[in-house]
Design a protein around this ligand. Structure first.
Ligand code: SF4
Length: 280
């Protein structure tokens, strides 16, 4: 059994939170570059160049990529052979987030109560997803999630008889309704299956998958490509000003479901799709 002090996790969460907000991941930058070169509409190309300039300035000056530094989403995989010592894991994760948002000059965007709406002033609490896995390592993924795109996300409990066409129509309708609001080019995270809460979590997990990694199952890999092509034919374009580049990728995650249901969730992320990971 490996012993690990939660203070190590706290420090790592802080580091990842700052870096995720300053540096766009390589896979996202690569997709923007590829699609910019394929974009024929001059205004769209110009906006994609501005997006590239924005992330270069953020990197060089160590400043947040966007004013919306998001709710702190933390995905943590804990090896079952790790014995955590030195305190409470959840408290340590939240302490790391709090320190990152204070010391990294990241906007505090969380209200303590959804109706009374008083800012918590420390961007807490983080939304933490735990998974127990084999081994003696801990994997942490930090993903700040802006709400311009989160607000454009949707969930629907389809009837099984609506089938694959129903799924495709719901995904496309959600993107059409979102228009320019989620700061395109977007990443479309799709969950299919499970139940009401599981499908939303699948869609969120789909957003942290590398954009150059496609679904392992050929059926869903083809569906990802088909939907991406359809979305990029809608004419929404970067920031909604028209053009081909509406989405960088469609990532689909699936799970078994009930005979009476076909849940689908679409979680949209913006061109500032941020995530940073580490293994301790
Ligand atoms: S949707 Fe993304 S790019 Fe747009 S304001 Fe929110 S975090 Fe920033």
């Amino acid at each position: 059994m490996r012993e690990l002090d939660v203070k190590v996790i706290e420090a790592k969460v802080k580091e990842l939170a700052i870096e995720a907000n300053y540096y766009l991941p390589r896979d996202v930058k690569d997709r923007i570059e590829i699609l910019k070169n394929e974009e024929s509409y001059p205004l769209a190309k110009d906006i994609l160049e501005k997006i590239e300039e924005n992330y270069r300035v953020a990197e060089n000056e160590k400043k947040p990529l966007c004013q919306d530094t998001g709710m702190a989403c933390v995905f943590i995989e804990v090896g079952q052979d790790v014995h955590l010592i030195g305190g409470n894991l959840e408290e340590s994760i939240n302490n790391g987030v709090r320190d990152a948002y204070e010391e990294g000059y990241l906007r505090k965007s969380v209200v303590s109560d959804p109706i009374k709406r008083v800012n918590s002033n420390n961007n807490l609490p983080a939304i933490i997803n735990y998974k127990i896995v084999e081994g003696d390592k801990i994997k942490i993924i930090f993903s700040p999630k802006g709400f311009g795109s989160e607000n454009m996300s949707a969930i629907k409990m389809l009837k099984p008889s609506e089938g694959i066409e129903g799924v495709k129509n719901f995904i496309i309708d959600t993107v059409v309704k979102a228009g320019g609001n989620p700061c395109p080019p977007i990443v479309v995270g799709v969950g299919i299956g499970g139940n009401f809460d599981k499908v939303a979590s699948l869609a969120k997990t789909a957003l942290i998958r590398d954009l150059d990694k496609r679904n392992d199952d050929k059926f869903y890999r083809d569906l990802e490509e088909e939907l991406l092509e359809k979305i990029n034919s809608l004419g929404i374009g970067p920031q909604g000003f028209g053009g081909r580049t509406t989405a960088l990728a469609v990532n689909i995650e699936v799970f078994p479901t009930h005979i009476a249901g076909l849940p689908v969730a679409v979680n949209i992320n913006c061109h500032s799709t941020r995530h940073k990971e580490a293994i301790i």
